[in-house]
Ligand binder design. Sequence first.
Ligand code: GTP
Ligand code: MG
Ligand code: ZN
Length: 329
Amino acid sequence: MLLSIFAIVEKIKKSIATVVKHTGSHYIISELPQWELIPAVVRGKLRLSGGSTTNPIAVGDKVEYSVVTDESGIPCGEAVIHSVLPRDNYVIRKSTNLSRQCHIIASNVDCAYLVVTIDRPETKWPFIDRFLVTCAAYRVPVKILLNKMDLYRDDELLMEKVSLFHSIYEDAGYQVMDISVVENFGIDELREQCRQAGISLFSGVSGVGKSSLIKSLDPSLEPKISNISDKHLQGRHTTTFYEIYPLAGGGFIIDTPGIRGFGLVDLEQEELSAYFPEMLRVEDNCRFKPCTHTHEPGCAVIRGVEEGSISLERYNSYLGMLDEESKYR
Ligand SMILES: Nc1nc2c(ncn2[C@@H]2O[C@H](COP(=O)(O)OP(=O)(O)OP(=O)(O)O)[C@@H](O)[C@H]2O)c(=O)[nH]1
Ligand SMILES: [Mg+2]
Ligand SMILES: [Zn+2]
């Protein structure tokens, strides 16, 4: 008798949801844009669409799941994830160029914000360029947020670095937004962009203020923020999980732990220049095709560097990446 009652009230629901948090072997999923969190696990063998990575399921992934529900359809207990749907796009990296292991930072991203700082901590340019190249290669729209502007304003040397930064990346074709969480500068515009975008990813090295930014966009959220602003203590990772937050006014934001190394994944040397917008714009004019833009006569990229329309810093980044890709292949 008891058994038959259970048979009537318990139902199995099968559906599709987005992974909103990943903590070791556990996941939290929600049927975005609804925000109803369901804990989930993987049992047995997972059907995967991509190659092998350290995290077969990433935040942002759409997954097929099943869960036991009560008679009104409310999930009881943990859901089981059965498969990951093909990804529209994703941001992927290797922890070092030597490592074979890839890690997906997030998938199905409408806009990736690379949060950088000129000082405290200083974000290194090769890191920035690797991130930008990866976004281009994996079809993720990307913008740059230059945070902690309050720390640079009264320092002439730092402000020179700020203008150089703007000219290099804006000339290359990227949008660079000045931001200060402390002064609430640029936050309203960013909030509006995030509201319209859908899912926005915040990424960057540790200590640049990714979690602080998320908190300033919606003060009701509680991402973990470092309370140490001492520059010698930067590099301790405050955020340790990948997690999506819903913004009060609309839109979703992914907070991520700071990235240390950013190794490129599966890029052919010949295609690399296509992921530098300023090179892509002119490489049709190179005399030789394909052209590596390193030594060829009549190379439009080299001419651009000589004439100053392509920045030497970005070109050197390109050469560095070419070199490493040939070394570690
Ligand atoms: N002066 C200044 N400090 C800021 C600003 N934004 C963030 N901070 C400080 O920078 C430190 C690091 O901030 P977090 O938000 O924890 O940095 P994070 O990028 O999330 O770091 P991880 O989680 O470790 O990757 C904290 O002490 C913040 O208070 C800003 O605009 N100006
Ligand atoms: Mg953080
Ligand atoms: Zn060329």
